[in-house]
Write a protein that binds this ligand. Structure first.
Ligand code: FAD
Ligand code: SF4
Length: 515
C-alpha cells in the first residue's frame, strides 16, 4: 500500500491536506478508538460519546466517498494510539503514513515514538483548518514583549480581511464593542419565547456508542440522558445556520450573562463541531459577517463572535504550540490544593457551582463565563493545583482538546503562566456572579459577606487570595485598585477572613458549612 492516512478523533475534516491526493486504489484510512484517549483523564460520558460517534459518522462518510477505511472500535481493545499504529504497520506495511498535526503534544510524541524504528515513515501535514500556523504565531510572538490577544486579533482581521472596510479600517470604526456586550437579564430572566438551540436526537449509530460507553466506562462521570449534539457535517451545518439566524443577534449583549437552569442562552454551541473540524472557522465567520452585512445581526454581536473564533481560538492554539511541553507544568502561584471532589458530581449547596457543574455533567457544556468566573474562579481562589484543574476541564467538556483547553485553563483561568496570557489574574468576589446572574438569590450564602456564617466562599476566598499573594500582586499595575482596597482591611478583619478561608478549604463544597 502506498499511503496510510491516520485520522485522529479531532481531525474529521474531509478537506484536510491528507486527503488532497488520496487514491482509493492505493491508499487507506485508519481510525482507532483506543483506551488511553478515554482514560488518560477521567473523560466524561458525553465527551466520549461525542468523539466516538462523530468519528464513526465520519468513517461512514468517507466510505460513502469510496475510501477504504480501516476502523478499529473500542471492542478491538487497543490500549493507545502508539501501539495501534505499530499494529497497523505490521499488518498493512504502508510505504508511508500521513497524519495532520495532532491537537495534543502527548499524542504527537507518542506517534513519533511508535514509528521511531522506521525513520521517515510518518509525515506530519499542516492543519489547514486553522487560519494561522504555529510558526507564524511564533514569529509574531517572538517580536513582542507582551503578547496580548488584542493586537494579534487585529493583525488577523487585517490579514484575512474579516470585518474590514475597503480603506483598511475596521467595520464600524472600532475594533471592539465589548462595552455593549456585558448585558444582564432583567429580574424575570431571559425571554421565555426566545429561540432555543436545535436538538439532534441520537441515531442508531450514536445509540450504539452510548451503550458501549455505558458498558465499558460505567464509572466515568456525566450523564447521557440529554445527549443531543450534532455529530456529523450535515447536523453541524444545521446547528450553524440556526445559530446565525436565531441567536447571533442577541449573542453579544448576553455573552457574559448566566441564569439558573439555562445552560445555553444565546451561545453558539459550535465549539465541539469546530474542534472536531466538522465546521471550518472560515465558513462560520463568513456566515456571521454576512448576517451583519445583510442587516440581520448587529455589529456588537458579530464582532464579539468573530473575536472568539479569529482571536481567542487562534491565539490559544499559537500559545499551546509555542509553549509546550513546559506549559503544562507551570504553576506560578504555587497552588497545591487538590481538586474538590464535588467537581465530579455537582453536590454543593452553592448555587452557582451547582448549576455550572450540574449542566457540565449533564451536557458536557458550560459557557465561557461559567468556566472562567464560576468553576475556574473557585479553583483559582481555593488554590487548586492548576494541573488538576486542567485535567478536570479536559475530561468533562465535549469540546475539550488540549491545544484549546490547556491555555484557557492554565493561562487565562488559573494564572499559572504568571501573566503570559492574561495581564492579571481574573479574580472577583461573589458580587460579580450576583451581577451577572440570578444564582445568588437561590443560594444560602451572601455574596457581599466575606466573614461570618453566611459568607459567600467566593468573597472570602477573594480577599484571602489577595492577602496570600499581596507582595506579588502589588507589583502588577492592573491590580493596584484591588491591592489598595486590601490595604484598608484591618489586621483583625484579615484574620477573620483567613480563618473563614481555612474553614472553606476544609469543606470546599460547603456542604457542612451550610448544612
Ligand atoms: P460561544 O460563546 O458561542 O463562542 C463562539 C466560539 O468561539 C466557540 O464555539 C469557540 O470555538 C470560540 N471561543 C470562544 N471563546 C474561546 C476561547 N477562550 N478560546 C478558544 N476559543 C474560544 N473552548 C474549547 O473549545 N475547548 C475547551 O476545552 C475549552 N476549555 C476552556 C476552559 C476554560 C477554563 C475556559 C475559561 C474556557 C475554555 N474554552 C474552551 C473556551 C470557551 O469557554 C468555549 O470555547 C465556549 O464556552 C464554547 O461554547 P460555545 O461554542 O457556545 O461558544
Ligand atoms: Fe455563588 Fe456566592 Fe452567589 Fe452563592 S452567594 S451563588 S456561592 S456567588
Amino acid at each position: 500500500m502506498r499511503q496510510l492516512v491516520l485520522v485522529l478523533g479531532d481531525q474529521l475534516n474531509e478537506d484536510a491536506l491528507v486527503f488532497k491526493d488520496f487514491d482509493p486504489k492505493e491508499d487507506r484510512v485508519l481510525m482507532m478508538e483506543v483506551r488511553e484517549e478515554a482514560t488518560h483523564v477521567w473523560s466524561s460520558k458525553p465527551r466520549l460519546v461525542y468523539f466516538l460517534s462523530a468519528m464513526r459518522h465520519f468513517a461512514e462518510r468517507l466510505r460513502g466517498r469510496g475510501y477504504p477505511v480501516e476502523y478499529w472500535s473500542i471492542a478491538e481493545g487497543i490500549s493507545d494510539l502508539g501501539s495501534g499504529l505499530r499494529r497497523a504497520i505490521a499488518r498493512i506495511a504502508p510505504e508511508r503514513i500521513v497524519c495532520v498535526l495532532p491537537g495534543d503534544w502527548r499524542v504527537k510524541e507518542q506517534l513519533e515514538a511508535a514509528t521511531a524504528d522506521w525513520p521517515g515513515l510518518l509525515r506530519w501535514m499542516a492543519d489547514n483548518h486553522f487560519m494561522d500556523t504555529p510558526e507564524s504565531f511564533q514569529a509574531w510572538a517572538s517580536q513582542r514583549r507582551g503578547i496580548r490577544l488584542e493586537f494579534y486579533y487585529r493583525d488577523l482581521r487585517k490579514r484575512f480581511g474579516i470585518l474590514m472596510e475597503a480603506d483598511g479600517k475596521p467595520v464600524g470604526g472600532a475594533w471592539n464593542f465589548d462595552k455593549k456586550n456585558r448585558g444582564t437579564f432583567p429580574s424575570e430572566g431571559p425571554d421565555l419565547l426566545r429561540p432555543v438551540p436545535p436538538r439532534f436526537e441520537p441515531d442508531t449509530m450514536t445509540r450504539a456508542v452510548m451503550e458501549e460507553v455505558e458498558a465499558v466506562y460505567p464509572e466515568n462521570p456525566g450523564d447521557l440522558a440529554s445527549f443531543a449534539w450534532p455529530v456529523d457535517r450535515q447536523q453541524a451545518l444545521l446547528a450553524l445556520s440556526k445559530f446565525i439566524e436565531e441567536r447571533l443577534p442577541e449573542f453579544g449583549t448576553y455573552q457574559d450573562a448566566m441564569w439558573t437552569n439555562e445552560p445555553f442562552l444565546y451561545h453558539s454551541l459550535l465549539s465541539a463541531c469546530l474542534n472536531t473540524k466538522l465546521l471550518d472557522p472560515r465558513e462560520v465567520m463568513a456566515a456571521a459577517e454576512a448576517a451583519y452585512r445583510e442587516g440581520k445581526a448587529p455589529l456588537n454581536a458579530v464582532e464579539g463572535f468573530i473575536r472568539q473564533i479569529l482571536g481567542w481560538r487562534e491565539y490559544v492554539r499559537g500559545i499551546y504550540w509555542w509553549q509546550m511541553p513546559r506549559y503544562v507544568e507551570l504553576n506560578a502561584l504555587g497552588a497545591r490544593e487538590p481538586l474538590p471532589g464535588f467537581y465530579w458530581d455537582g453536590q454543593t449547596p452553592l448555587r452557582c457551582l451547582r448549576d455550572a457543574i450540574g449542566q457540565t455533567l449533564e451536557h458536557g457544556y458550560a459557557h465561557h463565563i461559567q468556566r472562567l468566573m464560576v468553576t475556574g474562579l473557585y479553583g483559582l481562589l481555593l488554590g487548586v493545583d492548576p494541573k488538576a484543574m486542567h485535567e478536570w476541564y479536559l475530561a468533562v467538556y465535549i469540546d475539550a482538546v488540549e491545544w484549546v483547553e490547556l491555555p484557557n485553563t492554565l493561562g487565562m483561568s488559573q494564572y499559572a503562566d504568571g501573566g503570559l496570557m492574561a495581564s492579571k489574574p481574573y479574580v472577583a468576589t461573589g458580587k460579580y456572579i450576583q451581577r451577572m446572574s440570578n444564582y445568588c438569590a437561590g443560594c444560602p450564602a451572601r455574596p457581599d459577606e466575606a466573614t461570618g456564617e453566611r459568607a459567600c466562599p467566593f468573597t472570602t476566598l477573594y480577599w484571602d487570595f489577595l492577602i496570600r499573594h499581596e507582595p506579588a500582586l502589588a507589583k502588577n499595575q492592573r491590580m493596584s485598585l484591588q491591592v489598595k482596597n486590601l490595604e484598608r482591611k484591618s489586621p483583625s478583619e484579615r484574620q477573620a477572613i483567613q480563618a473563614r478561608a481555612e474553614a472553606v478549604r476544609r469543606d470546599p463544597s460547603c456542604g457542612t458549612l451550610f448544612a
